[in-house]
Design a binder for this molecule. Structure first.
Ligand SMILES: [Zn+2]
Ligand SMILES: [Zn+2]
Ligand SMILES: [Zn+2]
Length: 349
């Protein structure tokens, strides 16, 4: 997802380079072969263990960027990350170091506190509560996309210690980047090529085949479908997608209701947590269409026709460990057809 800092073992040669070493200053470096941007450097951890900084009562420690519902008491509260990977100030100027590209870590890094209740998980929330969390996702994506410096806004959730969650209190994170994360770039390229060849959205084609075959469907509600993708990377990988075409998660589809999306997400999570103690969730939406420089040039002409938002959920189940053994070729020991059948069989409560 591009949010986990690479462990730095870089020692810059002494000499012409007058910048502080990467150990002191975090920066973005581009791999010229894969074109991935890597965060290099060590994150400071000024936050000592102690009282939960996300619980009610700790509001004085951070600025409130968004509170839902408006006024007191809040259920969802968005705050700047206490130890951000990316800093909001500055310009994302790329500089060269010989053949290499680097950038300062300009971006936004926010925490979405999903509930006042320290021990309530997203899976345990009511449809109305989950809807408010999804509304916060949409409002923050929409707001950050208005900043012309940012090419992409990612909302993700690491749930459970195995997923690397930062606090046990239920939360998601928002990151706005001056680059497009590699996996999203792959999706954008593939979607554009599919569209150029067929004049159809690849995601809409996936949805119609999944509906026709039925065997990988987990659940359907209102205008939304949950299914285990054909080439699932890990056991029980589940995607949630809108049935009607829409490139932007943050702009609701008039033909579908966010309550149905919330309800479907809750049903899926309640099933997944029976199998996996932890999961990663990421919202994939279209990039900032006002950004046309660099790797995005040429993408925008058809992006609203060729790209389609979706939510990807990657559970971390016991049998998953092996899947991560070979980093570039996924090995998933459970067929998505069996995974979907198991998930369909659960009562989602
Ligand atoms: Zn708490
Ligand atoms: Zn579509
Ligand atoms: Zn995706």
């Amino acid at each position: 997802m591009g949010i986990i800092p690479a462990v730095s073992s870089c020692h810059e040669p002494a000499g012409e380079d007058i910048r502080p070493s990467a150990v002191d200053l975090m920066e973005l470096r581009k791999d010229p072969i894969t074109r991935s941007w890597v965060v290099v450097g060590k994150q400071e951890s000024p936050f000592a263990a102690g009282a939960c900084p996300l619980c009610p009562g700790s509001e004085g420690q951070s600025k409130t960027l968004l509170a839902l519902p408006a006024g007191e008491p809040w259920q969802v509260r968005v705050i700047p990350h206490f130890d951000p990977l990316y800093r909001i100030e500055g310009e994302p100027a790329r500089t060269a170091e010989g053949i290499y590209d680097r950038m300062d870590l300009v971006g936004a890094h926010e925490v979405i506190v999903e509930t006042r209740d320290h021990s309530r998980t997203l899976a345990e929330m009511s449809d109305g509560e989950i809807e408010r969390v999804l509304l916060a996702f949409a409002l923050r994506i929409d707001d950050l996309k208005r900043d012309a410096r940012f090419k992409y806004v990612t909302v993700f959730k690491n749930s459970g210690p195995l997923a690397g969650e930062e606090w046990p209190h239920s939360h998601s994170q928002v990151v706005a980047n001056t680059f497009v994360p590699r996996r999203v770039l792959y999706e954008l390229r593939a979607a554009r090529e599919w569209y150029q060849q067929r004049e159809r959205c690849v995601f809409c084609d996936i949805v119609s085949q999944e509906k026709r075959q039925g065997k990988r469907i987990v659940a359907e509600q209102g205008g939304f479908l949950a299914f285990c993708p054909y080439a699932s990377r890990v056991p029980y990988e589940t995607w949630i997608i809108g049935l009607s075409h829409n490139s932007r998660f943050e702009i609701p589809d008039p033909s579908a209701s966010r309550v149905d999306l919330a309800s479907l997400l809750g049903r899926v999570l309640r099933r997944l947590v029976r199998i996996a103690p932890a999961y990663h969730l990421v919202v994939h939406t279209s990039p900032n269409e006002t950004q046309t420089r660099g790797e995005l040039s040429g993408f925008w002409r058809s992006v609203n026709d060729d790209y389609h938002w979706h939510i990807e959920i990657l559970p971390i189940a016991g049998l998953i460990n092996k899947s991560y053994g070979i980093k570039e070729t996924y090995f998933n020991s459970l067929a998505p057809e069996s995974a979907a059948a198991t998930l369909r069989g659960f009562d989602s409560g």
